[in-house]
Design a protein around this ligand. Structure first.
Ligand code: C2O
Ligand code: CU
Length: 503
């Protein structure tokens, strides 16, 4: 056991968690057999306590079997979920930067699927975009994904087909790439994957959080006018349940901490449409990574807004003993499940404490607060420049979303040479925000609404406010045809996508 990857992580949960993931490593080799025996009746425990170390030279291939499975979101609320290995989220895959990852996808779903490795600089054929980089994997077929794990950070994997059904159905999981050299040390960490569901068994929770948007220069001003969105027919899916690691409160697993510990939360928004405004009462959260990429110094906040597909690593010091909720700030979203509790050892039976400060009094995360560390390779080619105007079909065609007036695949690809430095100004002339994601390589966020950031953030997904602009800079270091699209699935499927073509 001495060389199990779990023990070489510089930071990982508790000793018990380590043993558990080491056990899973052995189990991964036999996944197909156990699952066949298990059938559809057992409901595995919420993830990602079961982790899988991905394939190194002597390690087995990770098997991800996509199946439909009965899944209990909370007592009495059972749905037929779309799962990897019968669980939501899919297994936590954990590797060290530079290691080879080999994943066998077996499609046991009633329709075709693919896997995209979000935030990983994969080779084009492994990128999982049907019709661009691979054929859809049809029911009964298999596909082997193989790539080198880089760059380090909080990544995730998810289906890239029929997102409203497959992604919100549960086909997503965390992928953590530990730095090759020691990263920031913490005493304990948790991965929290946020999800949204249309179960039809509860009342829909309208869109309309009180908070800021990630890119917002307008913190706390309520950029997301819920009623307007409904009126315009762009409110998104009628979500009625929200989950942390596949479970809605009170079924969420409490986060145990010990007084004095430094604790990291890796928060992933896997929703196909919803932003989440979250906080941990009683504690300052220090933002250390944006989409897995390190900041030069941590930023203290009380609350943060996370757009679809974004990730934040945050740390807190366990110096306020008690039982504290980690929850959505919108009371309706919290009531619909987006809540867990941080429980200090010795406080299991204590009443829950709450911070009643008004939302407006909170320090909110926003992009301009962060100073990124420039981890991208230097550009060697020429400078290029594009303006992309994001538009909407308006009341006549509320499901049509455009880039420079065109819907994908009629949008103009951005054709560049490997090594070029590509400046892209994204101007959002539509009434909804767009979390824009680039496949194949991360980018610098240079300016928000015309205001340059002191040190560009490095991200792979950037939320662009209605009537806002974001200036991006891409070092086109990874040759291939890369999708650049809005991560709200309805917008992507409505045409809001183009290609970065790097030759
Ligand atoms: Cu996370 Cu094209 O996706
Ligand atoms: Cu969008």
């Amino acid at each position: 056991m001495a060389d199990t990857p779990a023990q070489s992580f510089d930071t990982l949960l508790t000793r018990r968690e380590m043993l558990r993931s080491a056990g899973l490593l052995a189990a991964a080799a036999m996944v197909p057999a156990c699952l066949q025996a298990g059938g559809q009746t057992t409901v595995p425990e919420a993830m990602p306590s079961k982790s899988i170390a991905a394939a190194g030279p002597q390690r087995p291939t990770v098997a991800l079997r996509a199946t439909r499975t009965w899944w209990e979101l909370r007592p009495g609320l059972v749905v037929e979920a779309w799962t990897y290995n019968g669980q939501v989220p899919g297994p936590l895959i954990r590797v060290r930067e530079g290691e080879r990852v080999r994943v066998l996808l077996e499609n046991r779903l009633p329709e075709a699927t693919t896997i995209h490795w979000h935030g990983v600089d994969v080779p084009p054929a492994m990128d999982g975009v049907p019709g661009v980089t691979q054929d859809p994997v049809r029911p009964g077929e298999t596909f082997v994904y193989e790539f080198e794990a880089r760059p380090s950070g909080t990544r995730w994997y998810h289906t890239h087909m029929n997102g409203a059904r497959q992604l919100d159905g549960g086909l997503y999981g965390p992928l953590i790439i530990d730095p090759a050299t020691a990263g920031r040390r913490v005493d304990r960490e948790y991965v929290l994957v946020l999800g949204s569901w249309v179960t039809g068994q509860a009342a829909a929770v309208p869109w309309g959080q009180p908070g800021a948007t990630g890119g917002g220069m307008m913190g706390g001003m309520g950029v997301r006018m819920g009623g307007m969105q409904e009126m315009m027919g762009i409110a998104g899916p009628a979500y009625d349940t929200f989950t942390i690691n596949g479970k809605a409160f009170p079924a969420t697993r409490p986060l145990r901490v010990r007084g004095g510990e430094r604790v990291r939360l890796r928060v992933v928004n896997a929703s196909a449409h919803r932003h989440f405004d979250v906080r941990l009462d009683g504690h300052t959260l220090w933002v250390t990574h944006t989409d897995g990429h390190p900041l030069a110094s941590p930023v203290p906040v009380d609350a943060l807004s996370i757009a679809p597909a974004e990730r934040y690593d945050v740390e807190f010091t366990a110096d306020t003993p008690g039982k504290w909720p980690f929850h959505a700030l919108d009371p309706a979203v919290e009531a619909a499940g987006l809540k867990t509790v941080v429980v200090y050892d010795g406080y299991q039976t204590a009443p829950e404490s709450r911070d009643e400060r008004p939302t407006a009094a909170l320090r909110w995360w926003s992009y301009p607060l962060g100073r990124g560390r420039d981890i991208l390779p230097p550009a060697s080619g020429t400078g290029r420049r594009w303006n992309l105007i994001l538009g909407w079909g308006m009341m006549m065609a509320p499901r049509r979303w455009t880039i420079n007036g065109q819907t994908y695949p009629d949008t103009q690809p951005l054709r560049v040479r490997a090594g070029d430095l590509v400046a892209v100004r994204v101007f959002n002339m539509s009434p909804d925000s767009h979390p824009m994601h680039l496949h194949g390589q991360s980018f610098r966020v240079r300016a928000i609404n015309g205001h340059p950031l002191p040190q560009p953030l490095v991200k792979d997904t950037v939320d662009v406010d209605p009537m806002g602009t974001v200036d991006l800079e891409i070092v086109a270091h990874n040759p291939g045809r890369w999708l650049f699209h809005c991560h709200k699935v309805q917008h992507m499927e409505g045409g809001l996508a183009t290609l970065l073509d790097v030759t």
